[in-house]
Design a protein around this ligand. Structure first.
Ligand code: AMP
Length: 567
């Protein structure tokens, strides 16, 4: 196991193996087996390319040999940030072959996040796109190489008919290497190492409970099991055509059962460049898409689109919706509008997934997030003292199981708080169980805004706001929003003697600090002071009540003084 990662306790690991959950199946084997069985069948469609299984496997092997020839070694971490294209899959499987560990960055990440991911992982490599919608990733990459001591190798997508703009300016000796040139004969350089299935395969990102994302090590064994169990719970077969609508780097898209599950089953993955119905519906018709996974805010757009777009969506059999709360009124519209089944999904990059199932009563599918995908998932609902609550009680959801992490990467202090002594992960979600044992998410205690499907750490945004000269104090909270579910609202106390910055000025300042767009505040309210709890912490519940227009408890000097313009 890679240094800095936490293994499962021996007793549980042995049980998972004995019970046939962990089968010693590496992701490298998973693809090799699929290529052997499904060779000429289409595996990936996107970026103007169609790759069959044999081409995907041989392409990954050639690229692996290319990575190795260019200096990437086993256990090296490589940050991968690519749009939804087959390249993402080829790059990841090539790195798995080398024994290097991809670290998944999101397409929306900018210098603030990429620098953090490179530093935290000690990355030696960074794979990124060319210029996308005016954003110059090669320039960002060069900056990162200057700033981060470990970062030596830059690889750029582009210039190979993949729909991206060219690699960018000036290809000197030190220039990023185009992915198309990461290519060598796999027969040279010796066999690739056989991965230890209990070792880390790649790193996912945590959904922002701390100011900056933490890294979640996912092992070959645990992920192979997750995609297998998720595939069973969604009735996945080799006839399925899966549309990767959301960013492929999301655990939801990559493995619930997602891209990896579909490849394991021998189906086809189609990549959407964006989640709009105008783009996705024609793809569904053209490719005969049978299933996809989306967040509630995307489904709202799709419901509107279904009213006026004329594409034939009759191939769809399953729409998975998760990552944020799905309201019953929206859930009720799915089956009539799309003629397919709805599957509610609760999941997290840390592991635990719960799904509603085919055959569940309609009420269960409309109002719950279903049951864990594995009988070996253990869940508990507890009070503030970690005491288990009686059936139906609302409390924090704790979990452990065969694909739920045992510890974040290189984060011993945080791990000490994030897990109970007996190894249950504290999800930070508030939930209850119905009489039938289905999970219902009721809220959360973690300080996160879920904007669309994007998770935004309040602490991170507060830190950037406090760095502005005109801001003395800051508190970020979610406010309900009809379309995105939640938006980011910042309550600020202006610094004395400085003109308080307006919302557009703050957004610009945070943008200039390299913060991803989806983390910029949607609303700013200036107040005389922030309300405090009895323990002297900022009382975010009181701020939430204020945002909802409810009467406030006694708040002393806390008087709203004005609101900057919302976008
Ligand atoms: P991520 O790791 O980014 O997928 O985020 C995981 C978090 O998203 C969970 O801990 C929940 O807070 C939230 N989440 C995921 N699925 C749902 C859902 N179906 N309903 C409500 N919240 C959800």
């Amino acid at each position: 196991m890679l240094e800095g990662c936490t293994t499962w306790p021996t007793e549980r690991a042995e049980r998972y193996r004995r019970d046939g959950l962990w089968r010693g199946e590496s992701l490298v084997r998973l693809l090799a087996d699929a290529a052997r069985v499904h060779g000429p069948k289409t595996a990936l469609v996107g970026g103007g390319r169609r790759l069959n299984y044999a081409e995907l496997e041989s392409g990954a092997r050639r690229m692996a040999a290319g990575f190795r020839a260019r200096g990437i070694a086993p256990d090296d971490r490589v940050v991968v940030q690519l749009p939804n294209t087959p390249d993402f899959v080829v790059v990841c499987f090539a790195l798995f072959l080398v024994g290097a560990k991809p670290v998944f960055a999101l397409p929306a990440h900018r210098s603030n996040e990429i620098r953090h991911l490179c530093e935290l992982s000690g990355a030696v490599g960074y794979v990124f796109p060319g210029v996308v919608r005016g954003f110059d990733f090669p320039a960002l990459a060069r900056q990162m190489r200057e700033d981060v001591a470990s970062l030596r190798y830059l690889f750029v997508q582009g210039g190979d008919g993949d729909g991206q703009d060219a690699a960018g300016p000036a290809r000197g000796g030190d220039a990023p290497v185009p992915l198309a040139e990461v290519d060598a004969d796999p027969a040279g350089g010796g066999d690739f190492p056989v991965p230890d299935p209990s070792d880390v395969a790649f790193f996912l990102l945590s959904g922002g409970t701390t100011a900056l994302p933490k890294l979640i090590p996912r092992t070959h064994d645990d992920y192979a099991y997750q995609v297998r169990a998720a595939g069973e719970a969604s009735g996945l077969t080799d006839r399925d055509v899966y549309l990767a609508t959301l960013p492929v780097e999301f655990n939801f898209t990559w493995g619930c059962p997602g891209v990896v599950g579909v490849l394991r089953a021998g189906g086809t993955v189609v990549f959407a460049e964006d989640p709009t119905p105008e783009h996705c519906f024609p793809l569904i018709e053209r490719e005969g898409v049978t299933m996809t996974s989306v967040v509630p805010s995307v489904v709202q757009l799709w419901l509107e689109g279904a009213e006026w777009l004329e594409d034939d969506l009759s191939s769809l059999r399953l729409l998975q919706i998760g990552s944020a709360k799905l309201h019953r009124e929206t859930a009720e519209q799915i089956e009539p509008a799309f003629g397919c089944r709805l599957q509610q999904v609760f999941g997290m990059a840390e592991g635990l997934c719960t799904f509603t199932r085919d055959g569940d009563p309609a009420e269960t599918v409309l109002t719950t997030q279903g049951r864990p995908i594995s009988a070996a998932d253990e869940i508990k609902i507890v009070d503030e003292e970690d005491r288990e609550l009686p059936a139906g009680g609302i409390g924090e959801l704790l979990t452990r199981g065969p694909y739920t992490l045992q510890g974040y990467y290189r984060a011993p202090e945080h791990n000490a708080k994030a897990f109970t002594p007996d190894g249950f992960y504290r999800t930070g979600d508030l939930a209850r169980l119905t009489e039938d044992g289905d999970l219902v998410i009721e809220g959360r205690i973690k300080d996160v805004v879920i904007r669309g499907g994007d998770k935004v750490s309040a602490a991170e945004v507060e830190g950037h706001l406090l760095a502005q000269p005109g801001v003395a104090r800051a508190a970020v909270i979610p406010v309900p929003d009809q379309f995105l579910g939640e938006r980011i609202c910042a309550y600020l106390v202006a610094a004395e003697g400085v003109e308080p910055p307006s919302l557009p000025e703050l957004k610009q300042a945070l943008h200039d600090r390299g913060l991803a767009e989806f983390k910029l505040p949607d609303r700013v309210v200036y107040v005389e002071d922030l309300p405090l709890t009895g323990l002297g912490k900022i009382d975010k519940k009181a701020l939430g009540a204020l945002a909802r227009g409810e009467a406030l408890p006694e708040t002393g000097a806390f008087i709203p003084v004005g609101e900057a313009v919302a976008r």
